[in-house]
Design a protein around this ligand. Structure first.
Ligand code: T1G
Length: 698
């Protein structure tokens, strides 16, 4: 018994309740409390069965991630689990909320498990660069079979109570966890059911023992997308040990794997990213507890690619949407695309078969901006010109109800300018979604000069509600992500004029862990967009212009920096592009030189980091970790590298500053000189991390 765990007696049932907000994480106090209460309950002859349950919003959601990297405090989790599993009395885990990681491992060491129907159960350790380190890789395969276990462990994705019941992970779905657990325990006593220790039950391993290829094929499929990551492969190896070794030897293998990962750079980066994502939801300068406004209905202006994706994100979270277009035809087209998207996902088993109809029913398609009148939040995703945005916001001011938050999805236009078109600038902000908006998780919340604190907390809260990752940014061209990306784009263009080829530059960037290189990205977006804007501004970029003059607009024309054959989207190096580059350089009197991969990587990443430092200097981002969150969730920065600013600290800011100065002179580009903040941190031998509150991650 301690401050966070208590033992109560309900007749001959002992109820052990953990109550350690916010998520009952397995801190030393929680482990110690469970250990003591279990020993007391086991020793008490009046208690015939024990129920382990939790207060608050969830069953134990895992080990306390803030404890990693610090000297371990007794009792160790394994020690607690062995004592529970060896109890002579049945222990029932009564689950609600999210039983994750060490939380599910505690439940697996119990003899029986019951859950409420909304519960989720999972082993998400790989998302932290870890593997389940308290018996999960050995007990879960014995509970549900190795194939389902390795899928849960390698993807880290939880399952619901219904699937847990079907797979044998839980025995029953019950009402309120504690009362349901107690009723189940009484049944156990009445029926004199035997103690069921998963460690002693290999029945579900038999098929894989007989033919390991079932398991290895499953692992091969699951780890296809795990390029560069260590944990998924180590986790799969630990599960394989459950099939091939006796329980205690398998446990040892798991322990070895866990200890290797928990001290790895990848896991440190992934644990950093976990807390950085949550930190980004805390808005600098906004008093804690600033209540968000109620959002029951959202209006989306524009049913194009972005508007449709945004509307889908809200409907996916069960929030009704008024989708507004300027004509029936445009509305019908947009709704048709959404329907097709949902049906395709359902066909793949990504959502239930009845979900497309249910979600379409949440979309109320209308023509005419006056239909925004009932919406609490209005997001415009109309044509990306200031004139159109101003006209729209002028009308929103007329038709939107008082207190509605008015958000622009613009990717770079000035929100202060847009807010001036209304008499309610306090309600105006940006919500910059990333395409495809129903898939990409990042939402840059753009804070304008007059945006009210509760408008910001509303945008952050609703973003999290629709499973997006919000990060608050200030007003500037490109906000944070695209402003940094522009620096990379500038250098990639210049590298072509110096002798590198698109495929070499892209290969360096993808080898680093980014999903796509700059030239493949340009082909995907379309080269004609940049070409048109350069012509409007009277700017030349001879190689890109020559490609466009040859009608090579990228994927949409089957040719761009790459060629695309047979309708495939995979970029193929094109000798014609190399010829075009040679000819263009000749006309410019330039000679190609051999550019090393190392130089390419430095020229891709360091200017972005310099721009990130400028963004911090200007207060456009409040924390370096917010910039990392933006790159992790908006651009696919590899999670095991933490984010550009985290990575820069690992490279060393002095080295980065020196290399930037070198390239500034070498390529005669003063804009590459390290900015004042970067120079200052480099000179002090300091880090970007020193600028923010100490992260919770070890
Ligand atoms: N440890 C410490 N703090 C945690 C935590 C954890 N495991 N999980 C959440 N928090 C904090 C979080 O930082 C935030 O703090 C607050 O709780 C609310 O979280 C041995 C080794 C449970 C689904 O990976 O997935 O077990 O910002 O904002 O959106 O094998 O938190 O308020 O100060 O995310 O409702 C495995 C991680 C650990 C689960 C709730 N477990 N957590 O989501 O709230 S490793 C996990 C989550 C492990 C074993 C291994 C989510 C959630 P603050 P939140 P939410």
């Amino acid at each position: 018994m301690n401050a966070v765990v208590k033992l109560e007696r309900h007749g001959d049932i002992g109820i052990v309740t953990v109550d350690s907000p916010p998520v009952n994480a397995l801190s030393a106090a929680v482990r110690g409390g469970i250990f003591d209460c279990m020993k007391e309950a086991i020793a008490d002859s009046s208690i015939k069965a024990i129920v382990l349950t939790c207060g608050g919003r969830t069953f134990i959601a895992g080990a306390d991630i803030t404890e990693f990297g610090k000297p371990p405090k007794p009792p160790g989790l394994q020690e607690v689990l062995v004592a529970m599993e060896n109890s002579p009395k049945p222990i029932v885990a009564a689950i609600h909320g999210t039983a994750l990681g060490g939380g599910l491992e505690v439940a697996l060491a119990c003899h029986y498990r019951v859950a409420v129907k909304e519960a989720k159960l999972g082993l998400p350790e790989v998302k932290l660069g870890l593997l389940p380190g308290a018996g999960g890789t050995q007990r879960l395969p014995r509970a549900v079979g190795p194939e389902m276990a390795v899928k849960m462990i390698v993807t880290g994705d939880p399952i619901g109570a219904a699937e847990a019941l079907k797979s044998g992970l839980i025995e029953e779905i019950v009402e309120g966890p504690a009362s349901g657990g107690e009723a189940f325990a009484r049944k156990l006593i009445a029926e004199k059911r035997p103690l069921r220790k998963l460690r002693d039950d290999d029945s579900k391993l038999a098929a894989a023992k007989a033919d390991i290829s079932i398991f290895t094929n499953a692992v091969a499929a699951l780890t296809k997308k795990a390029r560069g990551l260590e944990a998924p492969f180590a986790a799969a190896d630990a599960v394989r040990a459950a099939i091939e070794l006796p329980f205690d030897e398998g446990l040892k293998k798991e322990r070895e794997g866990f200890l290797k990962l928990v001290t790895s750079d990848q896991s440190k980066a992934q644990r950093y990213a976990f807390f950085a994502e949550r930190e980004a939801s805390k808005i600098a300068g906004v008093p804690d507890g600033t209540k968000p406004r109620k959002v029951e209905r959202v209006a989306v202006l524009g049913a194009g690619t972005m508007g449709g994706g945004i509307a889908m994100s809200f409907a996916n979270a069960g929030i009704p949407v008024t989708l507004i277009e300027t004509s029936d035809e445009a509305l019908k087209r947009g709704m048709g695309v959404m329907q097709k998207n949902w049906e395709a996902t359902a066909a793949r088993g990504g959502i239930p078969a009845d979900a497309p109809a249910k979600r379409m029913a949440l979309i109320d398609g209308k023509v005419g901006i006056e239909n925004v009148k009932d919406a609490d939040l209005i997001i415009e995703a109309v044509f990306e010109t200031m004139a159109v945005k101003k006209e729209v916001f002028g009308k929103l001011d007329q038709f939107a109800k008082p207190g509605a938050v008015l958000a622009s999805n613009t990717s770079y236009l000035n929100i202060d300018e847009i807010a001036k078109e209304t008499k309610r600038p306090q309600d105006v902000l940006g919500m910059h979604f990333f395409s495809p908006a129903n898939v990409m998780k990042l939402c840059e919340i753009v804070r304008a000069a007059k945006t009210a604190p509760d408008a910001l907390t509303t945008a952050v809260a609703i973003s999290r509600k629709i499973a997006k990752v919000p990060a608050v940014v200030g007003v500037c061209d490109g906000f944070v992500g695209n402003r940094m990306l522009a620096q990379r784009g500038k250098q990639s263009e210049k590298l072509l004029f110096e002798g590198a080829l698109p495929q070499q530059v892209d290969a360096v960037v993808t080898k680093f862990g980014m999903p796509m290189g700059p030239f493949a990205m340009s082909d995907l977006a379309g080269l004609d967009i940049g070409w048109r804007s350069r012509k409007d501004r009277g700017i030349k970029s001879e190689i890109a212009d020559a490609l466009c003059e040859a009608g090579r607009f990228g994927q949409k024309t089957g040719k761009g920096y790459y060629k695309y054959e047979g309708g495939s989207r995979s970029p193929l190096p094109d000798p014609d592009v190399e010829k075009l580059i040679d000819e263009t350089l000749q006309e410019l009197g330039k000679k190609r030189r051999n550019v090393s991969d190392d130089e390419i990587l430095e020229r891709m990443m360091y200017p972005m980091i310099n721009e990130g430092a400028r963004i911090l200097e200007e207060g456009i981002a409040a924390r370096p970790s917010d910039i990392d969150v933006i790159w992790l969730y908006g651009y696919g920065w590899p999670i095991y590298r933490g984010g550009p600013m985290y990575w820069a600290d690992s490279v060393g800011l002095k080295h980065i500053a020196d290399r930037l100065s070198y390239y500034a002179k070498e390529t005669n580009d003063p804009s590459l000189e390290p900015c004042a903040l970067l120079k200052k941190l480099a000179a002090a031998g300091s880090t970007f991390a020193s600028l923010a509150a100490p992260s919770k991650a070890a």
